[in-house]
Design a binder for this molecule. Structure first.
Ligand SMILES: Cc1cc2nc3c(=O)[nH]c(=O)nc-3n(C[C@H](O)[C@H](O)[C@H](O)COP(=O)(O)OP(=O)(O)OC[C@H]3O[C@@H](n4cnc5c(N)ncnc54)[C@H](O)[C@@H]3O)c2cc1C
Length: 465
């Protein structure tokens, strides 16, 4: 099925895509807004179908969200449409989406891509047990389905995202047995010049801290969940104190009973669609591959603008500003109206610079350090889909001669399963680099020509793909 032609197609209806669609509509463009989810909101404003009020207390910035949703009324929305690829054509782009196994083609002169990110994971013994969730997964269950991951939950990993996860769980009645932050938040003190200008973040952080205190949730820095235990599902974790490199301090291990675990080590930008159209990338402060954009959020491909986590993980406020810039610029180019209308307002440039500086401070305060590799045993699964253990991956490097993540994947099958390396790709790249003595390759798992699963029959209609 082919839709009518648009000036701007926006892919992603999270904070970045919604702001882009709002700005493009405001600039007089005909806009298509496409998202695989059934409603707008993305990861940040996730809510049960049609019932935002049910989880309003778990959200920030709902005034912005509601205003954006009203504004994009003037756009043509394609919710529940998963974009599997995008083609460049003479007149612009064709966005190919699937809905109920059928393809919909959306043609547009300009594109704004705001596909967001997914949880970055590190393996540890027992992380494959039922009841061990990513921090984002536990949060998505709570905000999207009003379901608690467990009654007694342990939260761990690194980064400020652990705070909303723990306080959300506690607010809905879970006993949070502890938040274990592997880095030291004192690192923020050294970076105050990047923090102070972003007052909203300070208020948000203070709110979470107060909520954790109110619910008597213990918070331990320089601690990590280093193993999960149980037979059919998780029943306890081992928590340990870490040294500066994240090696376990001998004798510091402690067992904590729980029925669920939420672990997160930051986020990995979702790059399939920007890579499908050929956008150039760069490596961000946190070691993630991100799309390279200029001041107007323009990528290296003419007509393609990118906003939000795909340009560097930085949170919803930054995604919103980038989206506003991208939508405006994409509309100006596509409609050809008012030359110069695409110039970026100084107010937005200032906001973006402050939020980007905050994001860099966050990545520097909460890096992933090398010592996590020592938590693994030979039996620890690295790739859960294909059940590839650390021992088998090591064999691929030490005995079979793999020197990069791709050859290790071919020799061990790590990253070849259902998730196509989204879960294990980062860890596999880190381990292979360390064991083969080669440099870490951050982008090794990001190139996937088919962005989402599609029926084989559909693929066969595109022999050139
Ligand atoms: C699981 C999870 C939960 C999170 N929860 C929080 C939270 O509670 N608080 C917080 O501060 N931060 C949270 N974050 C971080 C959050 O992602 C960002 O700060 C913010 O949402 C970024 O906005 P965005 O517009 O860049 O991306 P997103 O909000 O992620 O929006 C991207 C949108 O693109 C759509 N999309 C992606 N690929 C396709 C495709 N191929 N076809 C169609 N649609 C597509 C997705 O469905 C999604 O709606 C969470 C992240 C994750 C991964």
């Amino acid at each position: 099925m082919t839709s009518s032609r648009f000036d701007v197609a926006v892919v992603g209806a999270g904070p970045g895509g919604l702001a882009a669609a709002e700005a493009a509509v405001g600039a007089g463009a005909r806009v298509a807004l496409v998202d695989g989810a059934g409603q707008p909101g993305g990861q940040y404003w996730r809510h049960p179908a049609g019932d935002l009020d049910a989880v309003a207390d778990l959200h920030h910035g709902l005034k912005t969200f509601r205003a954006q949703v009203r504004a994009v009324d003037a756009a043509t929305t394609f919710f529940g449409h998963q974009v599997w690829t995008i083609e460049k054509v003479a007149a612009g782009f064709v966005v190919r989406a699937v809905v109920a196994g059928t393809e919909v083609e959306i043609a547009a002169t300009s594109l704004v891509l705001a596909p967001g990110a997914y949880d970055r994971q590190l393996p540890f013994p027992g992380w494959d047990l039922p009841g061990v969730y990513t921090a984002g997964g536990a949060q998505a269950l709570l905000k999207g389905n009003q379901v608690l991951a467990g009654r007694r939950v342990v939260v761990g990993g690194t980064g400020p995202f652990l705070l909303p996860v723990a306080s959300g769980l506690a607010a809905r009645g879970a006993k949070v047995a502890g938040v274990f932050e592997a880095n030291s938040p004192l690192g923020w003190v050294r970076r105050l010049p990047a923090v102070l200008p972003v007052a909203g973040k300070l208020t948000e952080g203070a709110g979470y801290t107060a909520a954790l205190a109110r619910h008597r949730v213990p918070y331990r820095s320089r601690h990590a969940i280093v193993a999960a235990h149980g037979t059919d599902r998780v029943t306890a974790v081992t928590v340990a104190r870490l040294d500066r490199d994240w090696r376990i301090v001998a004798g510091s291990q402690q067992r904590v009973e729980c029925d669920a675990v939420a672990v997160g080590w930051g986020f990995t930008p979702q790059l399939e669609l920007p890579l499908a159209v050929g956008c150039a990338t760069r490596v961000d402060v946190d070691g993630s591959v991100v799309v390279q954009v200029d001041e107007a959020q323009r990528s290296s491909v003419p007509g393609v603008y990118v906003a939000g986590e795909a340009c560097g993980v930085g949170g919803a406020a930054l995604a919103t500003v980038e989206g506003a810039v991208a939508g405006r610029a994409a509309a100006a180019v596509a409609t050809g109206r008012a030359a110069g209308a695409g110039a970026v307002p100084r107010r937005l440039v200032g906001q973006r610079n402050r939020l980007r500086a905050f994001a860099s401070a966050m990545h520097r305060t909460h890096p992933v350090r090398d010592g996590w590799r020592d938590w693994l045993t030979d039996e620890t699964l690295v790739c859960r889909c294909e059940e590839v253990s650390a021992g088998r991956l090591r064999e691929a490097t030490d005995e079979l001669g793999a020197t990069d993540a791709r050859s290790a994947k071919l020799l061990s099958r790590a990253g070849m399963g259902w998730c196509q390396g989204r879960v294990c790709g980062y860890a596999t790249s880190c381990l292979v680099a360390a064991w083969s003595g080669r440099p870490f390759e951050p982008g090794a798992a990001a190139e996937r020509p088919v962005a989402v699963p599609i029926p084989l029959g559909l693929l066969s209609q595109h022999p050139g793909t």
